[in-house]
Design a protein around this ligand. Structure first.
Ligand SMILES: N[C@H](CCC[C@H](N)C(=O)O)C(=O)O
Length: 273
């Protein structure tokens, strides 16, 4: 059976979106990897499957990384799916559930979406880490980086604060992603705090590698920077593919993420899948 798809991106973090609401799409990890392959398939950082939600949200969003692994959060894809749903329904506010919880989103204008990403999880067991630790200062270092802060946005993040990007990210990224401190692996952010309202960020993503942008990574970077007193108020997070505006009032307040959502093209996956 051939499967239609929509190719979308949020600040250059790109997705193949499939609609499994009418009929379930149970794709193996190998098929996900094939679709995500930038030579043999369509190519994407994550594959997103829309599914019916049993608890009343407008949709359940299944998030699969390019390596076939499943994630509980994808900020940039959440904006894209929100824009899709709003286009279908004519509503400006939509609800999206993931395996990590329920998210609300609002369409602020053409291609501009704000997502309530929920509260950050700050305890070691919520990240998760392999054992008790101060998540504000992890005892972890590799090459030129050390002393990250960690939090979860429904997926695990470690944020290293750096002075510049003369970093061997392609080398240290995968080693840190798979470090034994992270039993479910982790997304690894490298953040340069340029002012209390501006962070330059690059993220080595779990299961996808170095992406042009990472929405949950931008949220984690602001949460971790604010916990260290490095930023306050709304923060512009500037990544290679674009900019997001992240706000967090601290504690168990929800993290708000505002940014673009764009459709690149549509297509049909071949029968072989
Ligand atoms: N690689 C992430 C999922 C995608 C996150 C990112 N694309 C975003 O926009 O948040 C993980 O395995 O947790």
């Amino acid at each position: 059976m051939s499967i239609p798809f929509i190719k979308m991106h949020g600040a250059g973090n790109d997705f193949v979106v499939l609609d499994g609401r009418a009929a379930p799409l149970n794709l193996s990890a190998a098929v996900v990897r094939h679709i995500a392959d930038r030579r043999l398939g369509v190519g994407c950082d994550q594959l997103v499957i829309l599914e019916p939600d049993a608890e009343g949200a407008d949709v359940f969003m299944r998030i699969l990384n390019a390596d076939g692994s499943e994630s509980g959060a994808c900020g940039n894809a959440t904006r894209c799916v929100a824009a899709l749903l709003a286009e279908e329904s004519g509503e400006r506010q939509v609800s999206i559930r993931t395996i990590s919880g329920l998210l609300g989103a609002e369409i602020l204008g053409p291609g501009l979406v704000e997502v309530d990403m929920g509260p950050p999880r700050l305890e070691w067991g919520e990240i998760p880490l392999s054992g008790p630790a101060d998540t504000l200062h992890l005892n972890l270092g590799l090459g030129p980086v050390s002393d990250p802060a960690a939090c979860s946005m429904g997926n695990p993040h470690a944020t290293f604060f750096v002075e510049d990007f003369l970093l061997p990210i392609e080398n240290i990224g995968p080693q840190l992603e798979k470090h034994k401190m992270f039993p479910e692996r982790a997304n690894i952010g490298f953040a340069k705090v340029e002012s209390p309202q501006r962070i330059r960020l690059k993220v080595w993503e779990r299961g996808a590698g170095l992406t042009l942008a990472c929405g949950s990574g931008a949220c984690a970077a602001v949460v971790n920077a604010q916990r260290r007193g490095l930023t306050h108020g709304p923060v512009s997070v500037v990544m290679d593919g674009g900019e997001l505006l992240i706000s967090w009032a601290g504690g168990d307040a929800h993290v708000m993420m505002r940014g673009p959502a764009e459709t690149a093209f549509t297509g049909v996956l071949p029968e072989i899948l």
